[in-house]
Design a protein around this ligand. Structure first.
Ligand code: GUN
Length: 278
């Protein structure tokens, strides 16, 4: 078994971005909107901010109160859309419950949509065209596989979870890489029968569901879950101890997909900047 070390590869990609940024006279600038007090979101946004700083990317965090109106949030996005100093916009999800997420995402200018979540960018992905940016977590996973020389083309990839942030775009990106893709979710019947046929098994549910009997011998296992267990330790969807001897490659939690997401965000910010300054 080999560990897919996202922490090490994430650092490597960050270094590559840093070197590119050093060559630029004007620096890329990421704006992050954080609405409300979600503790996990605060930690993520803080990490993004610090990483930007280290790579020479400018970053601005816009904190909005929990009770911000949808109108105010959209106005903020529109302001950033026309601000020439801002190259990339990220609206941290989830938004407070009274706000319609997709209505807000729709407001982001596609060329500044660093998550690739706008209808235009998702539409490009669905229709096999090139979006301005690909969603960060799926993009990080594809990079993690490719840079470890894991073949995707022709393989059976099974994705558990159909979220707009991970499962859905990831399935499309694997398809683009010529995998045969099966999408599974909470209503899937005979889940383990399907997962046992996966060459590449990716779990993105936030629930501890992947056990040894669900994994084919020598499968590549990618764990997108981040769960705090009863002892307060972080773990993933996959029972790592059980599965590690069955898998050929496996991502740890933490230190697998998480750092790759941040690295993709940095790369996307740089690339949007370059596209806007051609
Ligand atoms: N919340 C959890 N993951 C993400 C992500 O990739 N982008 C945004 N905007 N919010 C998130």
């Amino acid at each position: 078994m080999q560990i897919l070390d996202g922490k090490a590869l994430g650092k490597e990609i960050q270094e590559e971005v840093k070197l590119e940024v050093e060559k630029l006279s004007k620096k890329p600038h990421l704006a992050v909107i954080l609405a409300g007090e979600n503790p996990a979101s605060k930690i993520y946004v803080n990490t993004k901010n610090k990483t930007c700083e280290r790579l020479g990317i400018k970053s601005t965090v816009i904190n909005l109160p929990e009770n911000v109106t949808e109108f105010e949030l959209k106005s903020k996005i529109r302001e950033l859309n026309v601000d020439d100093e801002i190259n990339a916009i990220l609206v941290q999800l989830p938004l407070p419950a009274h706000i319609n997420e997709s209505e807000c995402i729709k407001e982001i200018s596609p060329i500044k949509d660093v998550d690739g979540f706008t209808p235009e960018n998702l539409g490009a992905l669905v229709s096999g065209k090139t979006p301005f940016a690909y969603p960060c977590t799926p993009s990080g996973i594809i990079t993690l596989l490719k840079r470890n020389n894991i073949q995707i083309s022709g393989k059976h990839a099974v994705v558990i979870g159909r979220s707009n942030i991970v499962g859905k775009p990831l399935s499309l990106m694997l398809l683009k890489e010529n995998a045969t893709v099966t999408m599974c979710h909470s209503k899937t019947k005979n889940l383990s029968e399907i997962t046992k046929t996966a060459d590449i098994l990716i779990s993105a549910t936030g629930k501890r569901i992947v056990t040894k009997d669900m994994v084919k011998n020598s499968a590549v296992v990618v764990d997108v879950g981040i769960i705090r267990n009863s002892e307060g330790k972080l773990e993933g969807d996959v029972d790592f101890e059980q599965v590690k001897d069955t898998a050929s490659y496996i991502t740890p939690v933490p230190g697998g997909v998480g750092p790759m997401t941040i690295a993709s965000l940095m790369k996307n910010t740089l690339e949007l900047f370059l596209k806007q300054n051609k």
